[in-house]
Design a protein around this ligand. Structure first.
Ligand code: C2O
Ligand code: CU
Ligand code: CU
Length: 560
């Protein structure tokens, strides 16, 4: 089949899938055929821990930002693995006699946020608000990192539209370690369109609108987090062998027969996920309603989606057609991680074992976490869960029946189409030299800005990833962008492609992080207008946090 015909075919397929998923939950549910040994690999016993849900305080508690508040970055003893408390770095907030740990901040668009960071960690740190359109000082470029014992004041209006943003540390060279050891949570912005959707679908944050942060970790025998990347892990990124959702290992979530929203954040240092909701091992259709910078124009049905470190995916799962006793597993399907493409330069289009199998490929083609040895301690399973392995992330148990008549609105938001300025693209090349990843031959220098942009400029950025490379989730601070086109994509992206520009659903809407595969060229439209006086310097970096810390980052100066 020619490339063109194949793409057409995929688009037609997606459209049909869409009609049924949006029409209602019943039809699609029963179309997912039961696999012969359904339940064996993903049975309830494999998910013994209740998913930690955002409550009104405590760990991941929801905190409505109104009054000024103080965030203390500190270490605490916390048992991620049951009965094994170990040190965890956290953001702690006290207010009105209650304590929040890594609070899920919730803010109305237009609100002015006033907060103080108190550094009670024994090294430099600083909070960066990932995705927020703030000035450089509030964005917290690494140059603003503060010493142990020091404090930093933030004050900024939330200019962003509603969306699932997040926050984490950004002291250069320490970002990966501190984020890995626990410092990260959500920053949820709401506006009228968002509140209308919540009302239409009867969504409640922490109950039926569930933030999910996915993070892979390594533990020592005493349940303490281990962060010690060797030279190879500094080049590839540090991946763990235990994947947590909301700091919960092997979690389950009890659900009713209705629609659920999951705001998924890949908060892992280096691991990407190919997300699918499966039943009896077969991927179901689900619906993408938003990406990094909030709601899309409408709901887009998918069966899988790649989500790289730093990216968010806002989805709806329709359980109306399910029966009590059914279960759905949120999985990462096996994929080719395309590490160390050096030996395979030039083969990116027809790559590895995954290539060519397309949609018929079994989600269990790769190694599944646990596998036959499920329930055995991590050491017995083998210490490594390779990047690209199939992973069971979360089991959703349908435990109660409920009447639910809401329908997904045909229009979700007023999202203007992406527009490309008629200008010569600014080019970026991602490559590896002497064991260090580079952007246009540069590695990070705190005081140097290899790129200067005029404030107000509409630019096209063309990011090309070397063929002899690995995937890089590229992130720009302060200035959201739109993804215009992808070319040279690997075969395994094909089931996700939805248009003639080669885009996946995860590329739609406002983005702040975009995954660039080896051999790919990705075009962005970036609008540098903002209201801030004076020059603003924003980092542009890889969100594989080891890559960023190793210097895969440059300063972009927006000249006033
Ligand atoms: Cu989420 Cu500069 O990062
Ligand atoms: Cu950021
Ligand atoms: Cu990278």
């Amino acid at each position: 089949m020619t490339q063109f015909k194949r793409r057409k075919f995929l688009i037609a397929g997606a459209a049909v899938v869409g009609a049924s998923a949006i029409a209602g939950g019943v039809a699609w549910w029963y179309r997912a055929r039961r696999a012969p040994h359904a339940g064996m690999e993903t049975g309830a016993a494999a998910f013994p821990n209740a998913l930690r849900l955002p409550g009104s305080s405590g760990v991941l508690g929801v905190m409505d930002v109104a009054a000024p508040l103080t965030i203390v970055a500190r270490s605490m003893q916390y048992p991620i693995l049951e009965g094994k408390p170990g040190p965890l770095l956290v953001y702690q907030v006290e207010q009105n006699g209650k304590t929040w740990v890594n609070p899920v901040f919730r803010v109305r668009s237009g609100t002015t946020v006033r907060t103080k960071l108190q550094n009670a960690v024994d090294e430099n740190t600083i909070i960066h608000w990932h995705g927020l359109e703030v000035d450089a000082r509030n964005d917290a470029h690494p140059v603003y990192a503060i010493a142990a014992g020091a404090a930093y004041d933030y004050q900024f209006p939330v200019r962003n539209r509603a969306g699932t943003y997040w926050y984490h540390p950004h002291p250069h060279g320490l970002t990966a370690k501190q984020a890995y050891l626990g410092l990260a949570s959500f920053f949820i912005v709401e506006d009228d369109e968002e509140l209308a959707l919540q009302q239409a679908l009867d969504l409640k944050l922490g109950v039926t609108d569930v933030p999910l942060v996915i993070q892979d970790k390594k533990f020592d025998g005493d349940g303490r987090l281990l962060y010690a990347p060797n030279e190879e892990e500094k080049v590839n990124g540090y991946v763990g062998d235990t994947v947590l959702v909301n700091l919960t290992p092997r979690p389950y979530f009890n659900a009713a027969t209705r629609l659920y929203r999951f705001r998924i954040l890949n908060g892992s240092n280096a691991r990407a996920y190919r997300l699918a909701f499966t039943r009896g091992g077969r991927p179901l259709e689900y619906v993408v309603i938003g990406t990094d910078g909030g709601l899309l124009d409408r709901a887009y049905p998918v069966k899988e989606a790649f989500v790289a470190p730093g990216e968010r995916l806002d989805v709806l799962l329709d359980l109306r057609g399910a029966a009590v006793g059914d279960a759905v597993v949120l999985q990462s399907l096996a994929f080719d991680p395309m590490h160390a493409e050096g030996g395979m330069a030039g083969m990116a289009m027809d790559h590895g074992a995954m290539g060519g199998q397309g949609q018929s490929q079994s989600p269990h083609a790769g190694m599944t976490m646990g596998g036959e040895a499920r329930g055995a301690p991590a050491a017995a399973r083998g210490a490594m869960l390779p990047d690209g392995a199939a992973i069971d992330l979360l089991r959703i148990n349908v435990t109660s029946k409920t009447a639910y008549g809401a329908r997904v609105p045909s229009k979700l938001s007023t999202l203007a189409p992406a527009r490309a300025a008629d200008v010569k693209p600014r080019e970026f090349l991602l490559d590896l030299k002497d064991g260090r990843w580079r952007i246009n031959g540069e590695t990070f220098e705190m005081e140097k800005a290899p790129v200067t942009v005029q404030r107000g400029a509409n630019e096209i950025w063309e990011i090309r990833n070397d063929k002899a490379s690995m995937p890089h989730p590229m992130h720009l601070h302060g200035v959201p962008f739109r993804v215009l086109a992808r070319t040279g994509s690997p075969q395994q992206l094909k089931p996700s492609v939805i248009n003639e520009q080669g885009l996946a659903t995860t590329d739609l809407g406002w983005k702040d992080t975009v995954l660039v595969w080896p051999g790919e060229t990705v075009r962005l439209a970036v609008d540098f207008s903002h209201p801030y006086p004076g020059d603003q310097v924003y980092p542009f970096h890889c969100h594989n946090l080891e890559h960023g810390d190793q210097g895969m980052m440059i300063n972009v100066k927006v000249r006033a």
